[in-house]
Design a protein around this ligand. Structure first.
Ligand code: NAD
Length: 430
């Protein structure tokens, strides 16, 4: 934890200066600083992580500033290929700071494993029999991973749902609820579900098919809230009160149509995923959980809520499943993920999930504010132009020259970048 995450002019520093500032603030060792510079993941280690490895794939690691969460300052490591995200998060965190920062909360790290039981003659009786043995099944589940139980986790509940299906006949969906503490928990729950299967077959008289964790982690929620004083939202031609109203209109749009809700939530996930990836967590699991949760009422909708309080200030809340770990998976295997956890300074998976929710809410605010006022492209243009210039093959000073020209011409396109680069190189050659 840092004294402050407000580092004035951080974006104006060179990459080396930024790395040195962060290293100093979170006391990185020489080896950690080297890992930061090199990307950290060696081929040999990569080869042990997945199959058929032929190389490693780098992505930029940025740090978002200004985050005050529950009165504590956090520097936010973000790994992402998309421009504007890190700047957007830092800007929105600054706005939230003006209203006291983010306040967060979370439920325990409870994941659900599903066990599918088929070939049942009397499914309701099978359900009755299983529920009768709940205590013993939970004890059985607790015996599988003594490490998790040793740190206060373990089996919490057993639910049994009868599903009638015309294709395969009646099924039971057995849901085991298990607190996996600081682990993301998929491996833990998969192992337990597989271990429980023979017992479940014996008690129910049926046949078990699937035994796996559910990514709809509806019992593992993180929530964040922030208040933005309306005056902090003033931009150029838009007084703060008007910006509040326009953001509320934008939110109503996301509630009204899934076409907008999908993009609204994508903006939230820009921030969420960047931290999830930086910390070596499973972003597919987070994405699956977030969107399934957004559709849990039968209609896909916004994960965040925006409203106006009695003082006319903008208030945002976000609630979503955030199944992340600070142990297990790649969190301690990928050297840069370990570093990212150190930069964050979080002590538990729940603290990490709450910070991630705050980043998601910040990212949502940044996008809404831009969309509801000047439009997203103005801030985006410069950064987008840089990517287009690099993609066209521009190097060194050529990049800035191309960016300046394209932004001035308001023509940020690959064909224009190619033409400008050819022109530039020709004039240099002459
Ligand atoms: P894991 O098995 O690597 O780590 C969990 C282990 O860490 C526990 O078994 C426990 O023994 C140990 N541990 C030590 N200290 C702990 C603490 N304080 N709290 C909890 N456990 C502690 O990993 P995992 O978290 O069970 O699974 C995550 C991995 O599973 C990810 O790599 C993910 O990609 C993968 N996965 C995901 C899915 C899915 O999401 N559907 C399916 C399969 C696998």
């Amino acid at each position: 934890m840092k004294d402050t995450s407000q580092i004035s002019g951080f974006y104006r520093l060179t990459t080396e200066e930024r790395a040195a500032t962060v290293s100093r603030l979170v006391a990185l060792s020489r080896t950690e600083q080297d890992a930061l510079e090199s990307g950290g993941l060696e081929l040999d280690r990569a080869n042990r992580m997945i199959e058929n490895v032929i190389g490693v794939y780098d992505l930029p690691l940025g740090v978002a500033t200004n985050f005050l969460v529950n009165g504590v300052d956090y520097l936010i490591p973000m790994v992402i290929e998309e421009p504007s995200v890190v700047a957007g998060a830092s800007y929105a965190a600054k706005l939230a700071r003006a209203g006291g920062g983010f306040v967060t909360q979370s439920t325990p790290s409870e994941m659900i494993a599903q066990i599918q039981v088929l070939d049942l003659v009397d499914p309701w009786s099978a359900r009755f029999a299983l529920l009768n043995e709940t205590g013993r099944l939970l004890e059985f589940a607790d015996a599988v991973d003594p490490v998790v139980v040793g740190v206060g986790g373990g089996a919490r509940d057993l639910e049994v749902h009868v599903i009638s299906d015309s294709r395969v006949g009646p099924m039971l969906e057995v849901r085991l609820v298990y607190d996996c503490r600081d682990a993301m928990g998929a491996n833990v729950l998969n192992t337990i579900a597989e271990s429980l299967a023979p017992e479940i077959e014996r008690i129910s008289g049926g046949r078990v098919n699937l035994r796996i964790v559910s990514n709809l982690a509806e019992r593992r929620l993180a929530r964040a809230r922030c208040v933005i004083p309306s005056e902090a939202l003033t931009v150029d031609a838009f007084p703060g009160e008007a910006v509040v109203e326009r953001i509320l209109e934008a939110h109503a749009f996301a509630l009204a149509t899934p076409y907008r809700a999908a993009t609204h939530n994508k903006g939230i996930m820009n921030g969420v995923d960047a931290v999830v990836v930086a910390t070596g967590n499973d972003w597919r699991a987070i994405e699956a959980g977030a969107h399934a949760y957004a559709a849990r009422q039968g209609r896909y909708s916004s994960l965040s809520q925006w409203e106006k309080n009695q003082h006319g200030h903008l208030v945002g809340t976000l609630e979503m499943p955030v199944a992340v770990g600070t142990v297990g998976g790649a969190t301690r295997v990928h050297p840069t993920a370990k570093l990212a956890l150190k930069i964050l300074g979080v002590q538990s998976a729940r603290e990490l999930a709450e910070v991630i929710a705050a980043v998601g809410l910040a990212q949502n605010l940044a996008a809404l504010r831009a969309l509801a006022t000047e439009g997203i492209q103005r801030g985006h243009m410069q950064l987008h132009a840089r990517q287009v210039a690099i993609a066209a093959g521009a190097e060194g000073d050529e990049v800035d020259l191309l960016v300046q020209r394209m932004v001035k011409e308001k023509l940020v396109r690959a064909d224009r970048a190619n033409a400008l680069l050819a022109e530039l190189r020709e004039s240099v050659a002459r």
